[in-house]
Design a protein around this ligand. Structure first.
Ligand SMILES: [Zn+2]
Length: 269
């Protein structure tokens, strides 16, 4: 089987079910766990937006032109607190309207420890699975991406906003009482929340009382030391598939972040 790959698709079951989009096919990866799997990069990369061949992949699977043009590749996507839609400078206002000027959630998650993150309502629980979170708890619902970014930045003064992916892949992180963590954290940003209520209106930022979502991953064995594959350096990734967590395939021979290689043409055997 051969085709360009996309980030892993997932379904929240216990454990999470993963599929690899390759060309027009979807390969059920859970079936390969415990079995040999080889992914070989053909050397071709086709932009996930325009389909043109590109020598290098920019912004996870784009050609240079699309990376410069698309709102989804703008810096503000990585840093939502810098959303500039209101200034009238969004690269694609229509896209911004549909993807950023819509309800977002601020959540706590346990990835390689406690972290804060944000996501669109449509990306729950996908976002958590992509990060390899074992627990997640939405704590605020807000009206826009910008607002979610501002709340996240306030919370990131106290806890991490990044995942240590090496630790995430080394095993099951210890359970955290996310409800208790939220109860301790939220009062610490009280002043900031009042400030945001002044700016955006009293009902813009809604505090939630949700249940913790537990996630578990199809991993038969975690690696004790992590070495990572890179199609740009060696075109063949081969080994016994030991598990899948986040966007990573865990082989007995090393790990690979599939999302990083979106748009790469791969043959699977
Ligand atoms: Zn393109």
């Amino acid at each position: 089987m051969q085709g360009t790959i996309r980030k892993l698709k997932s379904t929240l079951t216990s454990p999470v079910e993963y599929q690899l989009p390759i060309g027009d096919e979807l390969v059920s990866l859970n079936d390969y766990i415990g079995k040999p799997l080889t992914l070989t990069f053909t050397g071709n990369i086709f932009c996930c937006n325009c389909g043109k061949k590109t020598k290098k992949s920019y912004s996870q699977g784009h050609c240079f032109v699309c990376m410069r043009k698309l709102a989804s590749c703008d810096m503000c996507i990585m840093k939502p607190e810098t959303c500039h839609f209101d200034k009238g400078t969004c690269r694609e206002p229509q896209w911004g309207e549909e993807n950023c000027m819509i309800p977002h959630y601020v959540y706590l998650a346990n990835t390689s420890g406690l972290k804060v993150g944000i996501t669109r309502h449509t990306q729950i629980p996908t976002r958590w699975i992509d990060q390899g979170a074992t627990q997640a708890l939405p704590i605020f619902k807000v009206q826009t991406r910008l607002q979610s970014g501002l709340v996240e930045v306030a919370l990131a003064e106290f806890i991490a906003d990044k995942t240590n992916w090496r630790n995430m892949l080394k095993g099951q992180s210890e359970a955290i009482d996310l409800k208790a963590a939220a109860a301790e954290l939220i009062p610490q940003i009280d002043a900031k929340l009042s400030e945001l209520a002044e700016l955006f209106g009293a009902t813009a930022i809604e505090k939630l009382d949700e249940d913790v979502v537990e996630l578990d991953y199809p991993v038969s064995e975690y690696p004790s030391k992590i070495s990572s594959f890179n199609f740009d350096k060696a075109p063949e990734v081969s080994g016994i598939l030991k598990g899948i967590k986040g966007q990573y395939l865990i082989f007995d021979t090393g790990v690979i972040n599939i999302r990083k290689f979106t748009s790469y043409e791969i043959s699977l055997a």
